[in-house]
Ligand binder design. Structure first.
Ligand code: PLP
Length: 463
């Protein structure tokens, strides 16, 4: 399997190179040259497989020659041994039509662990072969950072610089990052919002001499390997609910469009997905783009679902590339214009193509809280605010197809908002207790490229 850039001007790479590279050198994102196709029989044969074995089958065509099947199985087995639930991603039934897919049983209590635990091991395996090292630069609205730091702490060959928007992540999120005192982990609190942090990361990658000098790499969802690892749970859940004989819909609490793009990939690979519901909070650029073609940024409004307080969704470029008939030059021109004007209109034919697959909804604060209450009163489930956004969108969707809402975080990670909504304080799992007693370490810096680059240069290992 080869990977090509959405902007058409970077070299095609194999899986190992694409994993270590993160962003493409032309500023685009890597996507598979073509979507591997799973037949009905292939999907039927996944019935009853464990999470790890499902993952081996789904990932194998993407990994190609970069790993043997036994290396792949070894990495996935070890990654998911860090989860506290034997099913890794258990399904929970809410009513006759609605299900939750619990993706938060990993070490940092959000779905980011599902990909990150395997990604950390992929880095170690690939770097071990070459004896090389990389500098991971990331921006986080909270959960990516903690998942990455947990997965990469003390791993050989990896130095991690994680930027988070100061004061805009929950205390649990911050402490999950800042209490990891490993020498290769550097937390930076940025004066600004998540989009400012993400823009700084992009700017460091686009500074070619800096990027080359420190061998920059990325673990946020611009990294293809993360999306590949997230495709797995769409297959795992759909097969358990009757695929390939029955179509399933998924509702996905969306920020950077990574998780829902993995669902889109699963559909392109032959999984019978009926609708993919893009659920946003008040930061609704994706809902506007899909519903009316208006992809223009507004300022970010802080909400109870901070991991979705995002305006510029990097992975949307991957969908735009497909919608534009995989024309790299056209996608590059559109993205450059968007970066300059902060606005883009999705043409009617492309909007119609997207509407054949995606629904969308923007969920306000009252509906979010009412949905947490509904799940508690009618199903005995305590859900987190991100999951509630997904479930709220799922419950307003038409039709009779079963809908799986991705439960992206443990409610204890956002305990205050959950308690305000339903009067019950969620209990943090034992593995997260002690977080409030541990020593924290992080640096606060302005959202200024030169300052951040100097900070990294003083601590990273030159290539
Ligand atoms: C990251 C995150 C999201 C959004 O996922 P994207 O891949 O960025 O769309 C939703 N919920 C939680 C809890 C998250 O951590």
């Amino acid at each position: 399997m080869r990977y090509i850039s959405t902007r058409g001007a970077a070299p095609a790479l194999d899986f190992q190179a694409v994993t270590l590279a993160g962003l493409a050198s032309d500023g685009g994102l890597y996507v598979p040259e073509s979507w591997p196709l799973f037949s009905q029989a292939d999907i039927a044969a996944m019935a009853g497989l464990s999470y790890v074995e499902t993952a081996v089958r789904v990932c194998a065509p993407f990994v190609g020659e970069s790993l043997t099947e036994s290396e792949l199985r070894g990495i996935l087995t070890s990654a998911y041994a860090s989860f506290s639930h034997a099913a890794v991603a258990p399904l929970v039934q809410l009513d006759d039509r609605h299900w939750l897919l619990e993706l938060f049983h990993g070490p940092t209590l959000a779905f980011k662990d599902v990909a990150m635990q395997a990604l950390g091991r992929l880095f170690e395996t690939f770097l071990g072969r070459s004896g090389g090292h990389v500098t991971i630069i990331g921006a986080t609205s909270g959960d990516t950072g903690s998942a990455a730091i947990n997965a990469l702490a003390n791993r050989d060959g990896v130095e991690v610089f994680m930027l988070h928007p100061k004061g805009r992540v929950s205390e649990v999120q911050r402490r999950q990052m800042t209490t990891v005192l490993a020498d290769n982990i550097h937390n930076i609190a940025i004066d600004g919002n998540f989009d400012d942090a993400q823009a700084l990361v992009k700017a460091m990658f686009n500074d070619a001499s800096f990027a080359t000098r420190f061998n920059l790499s990325a673990v946020n969802s611009i990294n293809w390997a993360r999306l590949m690892l997230q495709i797995v749970y769409y297959f795992y859940a759909a097969v358990r609910l009757g695929a390939p004989d029955r179509a399933i819909s998924f509702s996905v609490p969306t920020g950077n469009f990574g998780d829902v793009f993995a669902g889109y990939a699963a559909k392109r690979m032959g999984l019978p997905i009926d609708r993919l519901i893009v659920a946003t909070n008040r930061n609704d650029i994706l809902h506007r783009a899909l519903a009316s073609g208006d992809y223009s940024t507004c300022s970010v409004t802080p909400t109870d679902a901070p991991s979705m307080d995002i305006q510029v969704s990097s992975n949307f470029e991957r969908l735009l590339f497909d919608l534009a008939g995989r024309n790299g030059a056209a996608t590059a021109a559109r993205m450059q214009s968007f970066e300059a004007t902060k606005a883009m209109v999705i043409p009617a034919d492309q909007r119609a193509a997207a509407a054949a697959i995606f629904d969308s909804a923007a969920i306000d604060a009252d509906t979010l809280a009412a949905t947490i209450r509904w799940a508690h009163e009618h199903c005995g489930e305590i859900i987190d605010p991100h999951t509630a956004i997904g479930l709220a969108a799922a419950r307003t969707s038409a039709g009779t197809t079963p809908v799986v809402t991705l439960a992206t975080a443990h409610p204890g990670k956002f305990g205050d908002a959950v308690t305000r909504a339903c009067g019950v304080a969620p209990v943090l799992p034992a593995r997260a207790q002690g977080l409030f007693e541990r020593k924290e370490r992080y640096d606060s810096l302005p959202a200024d490229l030169a300052t951040i680059e100097a900070f990294v240069a003083a601590r990273a290992r030159p290539a």
